[in-house]
Ligand binder design. Structure first.
Ligand code: NDP
Ligand code: HSE
Length: 429
């Protein structure tokens, strides 16, 4: 074993970074044995230098992250600051100055992953980011390496723990959205500003990363159709239950049947209780991968939290250090298929539509005519009437999303339709 240590610069020492530092210290001997050389924490960049950081030598703390990555003797930079800048500039500077990079930064990778991969290749460095998608769950490496000989056609999963916790609470306790969000905040799942989670930005970033790797093409966060969970009501959840379903925020990345394009979307959807994703509770994540030769694979586990996320970071650190010692690099970006990303309107899916209508002769026929005019076939209809008004729940067969949203638009214009109470896609059947 080499005795000269590999030097690691840690950028960020918050929820994830503090756990990375702890495991590097407590598991130092095992890590050295697995890598073939000891790893040494050479510096830790933070914003607030006076904050007490247990187990970390105060002499390692700096607020000058740029100087740390410019030192020239750093072998690996671990970026767990988050956000776009200064993370992007720091990673690029790290490559220029001889270091490979491990990052957990999904927002940055979904926005500027291609440029970062290009910079890594230019300077002959590694860029690894297992922790950026679904925390501890090994998913990036299986897609990038284990399935590199197969053809992935679909990735479907729950990739945001906060929203899964909220929807699970609404489902199991009958809580409303705000009440469930308050509980998620109190338990530390949701941040003070939960926008990135509840509006689907976090899941969309992960979907972009997954689609890019799975289909060997470039998918940016802006290519991902995104809807969050803020509009999901207790009535939607109850309606799902009546259909034998539950509601989940899903990330769905698909290759078109003709193989000529891909789609990526994040939205709440009803899935049957019999589907394995329906039993993913609390803040857990789970992802299905469908590949031509392998068939269906399911990955499940904790998708967030300091220690689980640090596990993924450390796995990457070991791989990158081994590559350094072997004077090699691991796989870079694979975007050779250059498949276009189709708009949401072309996605074929099913809708569950809940309407408030006048309860009088001919209304059902009027509603059915709108569906027929848009070329959308109805699967089931359930009506419940009360005092001259009725609630009508229509579930469609599969149709292009554009036809389904055209149907909803036309329904809203009918005098007899008092309102569209909820619209939700149905998946997983
Ligand atoms: P935190 O906010 O807990 O930590 C961020 C750290 O970065 C803090 O130590 C902060 O310093 C430091 N920092 C912020 N700005 C700067 C700067 N300009 N220069 C130097 N240091 C800076 O974030 P997390 O640990 O939760 O997340 C880190 C990354 O991991 C993000 O990309 C996130 O998306 C990703 N991730 C997080 C998961 C989680 O469960 N938390 C799960 C999966 C991925 P200070 O301590 O002084 O404030
Ligand atoms: N906020 C994210 C979640 C953290 O709730 O899943 C993990 O990426």
């Amino acid at each position: 074993m080499r005795t000269r240590p590999l030097k690691v610069a840690l950028l960020g020492c918050g929820v994830v970074g503090s756990e990375v530092a702890r495991i590097m210290t407590t598991h130092a001997d095992d890590l050295a044995a697995r890598i073939g050389a000891p790893v040494e924490l050479a510096g830790v960049a933070v914003r607030r230098p006076s904050k007490v950081r247990e187990g970390i030598d105060p002499a390692l703390i700096t607020t000058d992250a740029t100087a740390l990555v410019q030192r020239g003797d750093i072998d690996v930079v671990v970026e767990v600051i988050g956000g776009i800048e200064p993370a992007r500039a720091l990673i690029t500077t790290a490559f220029e100055n001889g270091a490979s990079v491990v990052s957990a930064n999904k927002a940055l990778l979904a926005e500027g992953g291609a440029a970062l991969h290009a910079a890594a290749e230019k300077y002959g460095r590694d860029l690894y980011y297992e922790a950026a998608v679904a925390g501890a769950i090994p998913l990036v490496r299986p897609l990038r390496e284990s399935l590199a000989g197969d053809k992935v056609n679909r990735v479907l999963g729950i990739v945001n723990g906060t929203t899964n916790f909220i929807l699970d609470k609404m489902d199991t306790s009958g809580a409303g959205y705000s009440e469930a969000l308050d509980e998620a905040t109190a338990l530390g799942y949701a941040e003070a500003d939960p926008t990135a989670d509840v509006e689907g930005f976090d899941a969309a970033a992960k979907a972009a990363i997954l689609a890019g790797i799975a289909f060997h093409t470039r998918v940016k966060i802006g290519d991902v159709h995104r809807e969050g969970i803020t509009e999901v009501t207790a009535a939607d959840i109850a309606s799902a239950r009546r259909m034998g379903c539950t509601v989940k925020l899903l990330a769905i990345c698909e290759r078109a049947a003709d193989g000529a394009s891909v789609t990526a979307r994040v939205h709440p959807a009803m899935i049957p209780l019999s589907h394995p994703l329906a039993s993913v509770r609390e803040a857990y994540n789970a992802v299905f991968v469908e590949a031509e030769a392998a068939g269906q694979l399911m990955f499940y586990g904790p998708g967030a939290g300091g220690s689980p996320t640090a596990s993924a970071v450390l796995g990457d650190l070991v791989a990158v250090c081994r590559n350094k010692l072997g004077e090699a690099t691991g796989p870079g970006e694979s975007a050779y298929t250059r498949l276009p990303v189709s708009p949401m309107g072309e996605v074929v899916t099913r809708y569950h539509i809940s309407l408030d209508v006048a309860d009088k002769p001919g209304v059902l026929a009027q509603v059915a005519t709108v569906f027929a005019e848009q070329g959308v076939s109805i699967d089931t209809v359930r009506q419940q009437g009360k005092d001259g008004e009725a609630s009508l729940v229509v579930v469609t067969h599969r149709a292009p999303d554009a036809a389904l949203s055209g149907t909803v638009e036309a329904l809203r214009k009918l005098d007899t339709v008092r309102g569209v109470a909820s619209i939700m896609r149905v998946e997983g059947e």
